[in-house]
Write a protein of this length. Structure first.
Length: 132
């Protein structure tokens, strides 16, 4: 349950400013395991944190959204990018490009599975023709 982390991320809620970036990072680590409204609440909180007064909180929220592969946050990350110095923009550009492409590993695996299924169908047909 991410409720304590969401509470710690909220401005003024944490007893120490250093807790908030860690809360953002933890939410990013949990993000992909969450579903439905809970995932949406976490994404919204991290997007809100991109506009925080504390630079470390903004950076942690950005990293959390990328780590969580929150593709829905790409427009918010693009807006956040405009507030960054050039060097940081380049780093964020690399991260968001990878995020926009999606999980290439999964796509590659699905393609390989499809090819193997086709190959299995062909071999099954050959066996049937020879045996029948």
């Amino acid at each position: 349950a991410p409720a304590p982390l969401l509470a710690a991320l909220a401005p003024g809620a944490a007893p120490s400013w250093s807790v908030r970036p860690h809360a953002a990072g933890a939410l990013g680590a949990l993000y992909r395991q969450l579903e439905g409204r809970t995932q949406e609440r976490v994404r919204e909180a991290l997007i809100d944190a991109l506009r925080d007064d504390v630079p470390r909180v903004r950076a942690a929220a950005s990293a959390a959204l990328v780590a969580g592969k929150a593709r829905e946050a790409l427009p918010a990350l693009a807006a956040y990018r405009k507030t960054l110095p050039q060097q940081e923009q380049v780093r964020l550009d690399r991260q968001t490009k990878a995020l926009a492409r999606g999980d290439g590993g999964l796509r590659d695996a699905e393609t390989r599975i499809e090819k193997l299924e086709d190959q299995l169908r062909r071999l099954t047909d050959q066996v049937r023709k020879q045996g029948g």
